[in-house]
Ligand binder design. Structure first.
Ligand code: FES
Length: 272
């Protein structure tokens, strides 16, 4: 539990009872490289995705839809013939249709255990790195508002399963050409499939998924199927950080590829 320092007492690592080390830290390596790179990477994605979500344009190039705009739920969506265009939100919806759907994948990532670790360290310096003292005087953890809302992650996980299923459907629709004839593979088909595979791997490597699959069991021996699935998810879970970055980059690239096609930068090369 939190014990705030009294006003005349220093807190944090300077609190009474802590080792009296004068140096800010004793690390000799370039510990700041990782948090700096994390800030740069996440900021780049935030700026790019905000721009793409807000411009409300160039998100569909037959037969591909950008993952940022799928499923397109606003009535102002472009015509996606045979695509996942469900105008659930009527004429009163004036914002970009991406604003409706992005809540779920972004909420899933924002509350992800790995991303939490990374942005607590890199953006809030809490702490900046292992064995580097944080500047904050108190630590309240995630047991009060607003950080207690991070517990919503397990529910975002279920939403993320639905999002991954929809992106899989989009990738299947990608086996068509621009005249909507089946049995074709373009470069865009490969881009969408690479993205959806990484999205699935990231989603299934989630810590909440691991708990749902293998948690709350007294005897693994009585649940061999769940035990085996838990082993697979555990292997993926060990790579969760790498999958978080790989899928973040792939979803950005998939959107950018559709943007290039839709804005007329070039035509999708058909492979067969
Ligand atoms: Fe990262 Fe669930 S812990 S997605």
């Amino acid at each position: 539990t939190e014990r705030p320092p009294s006003p005349d007492q220093p807190g944090g690592v300077r609190a009474p009872g802590r080792a009296a080390i004068k140096a800010r830290h004793l690390r000799t390596d370039r510990w700041w490289v990782q948090p700096t790179a994390t800030v740069a990477g996440l900021m780049a994605f935030i700026i790019y995705s905000a721009w793409r979500a807000l411009i409300n344009d160039d998100y569909y190039a037959a037969p591909y839809v950008s993952p940022f705009y799928s499923p397109c739920l606003g009535s102002d969506c472009v015509d996606m013939k045979g695509g996942p265009n469900v105008a659930l939100f009527g004429d009163w919806w004036f914002m970009s249709p991406a604003a409706i759907i992005l809540i779920f994948p972004l909420g899933f990532r924002f509350t992800c255990y790995y991303y939490r670790k990374s942005y607590y360290r890199s953006f809030w310096a809490s702490p900046p790195s292992c064995a580097v003292a944080e500047p904050h005087k108190t630590y309240t953890g995630e047991n009060r508002f607003p950080l207690i809302l991070q517990n919503l992650h397990r529910y975002f996980f279920y939403a993320a399963l639905v999002v991954a299923a929809i992106l899989t459907y989009d990738a299947i629709l990608g086996f068509r050409n621009s005249d909507y004839e089946w049995g074709h593979v373009g470069l865009g088909t490969l881009v969408l499939w690479a993205n959806v595979v990484l999205i699935w791997l990231y989603t299934l490597s989630c810590h909440s998924c691991r708990h749902i699959v293998g948690g709350r069991l007294r005897h693994f021996s009585k649940h061999p199927v769940r035990y085996r699935a838990w082993g697979w998810v555990g292997k993926l879970n060990a790579r969760h950080a790498q999958l978080a970055w790989a899928s973040l980059i792939s979803v950005g690239l998939a959107d950018f590829y559709v943007f290039l096609l839709a804005s007329g930068a070039f035509d999708d090369p058909m492979l067969f």
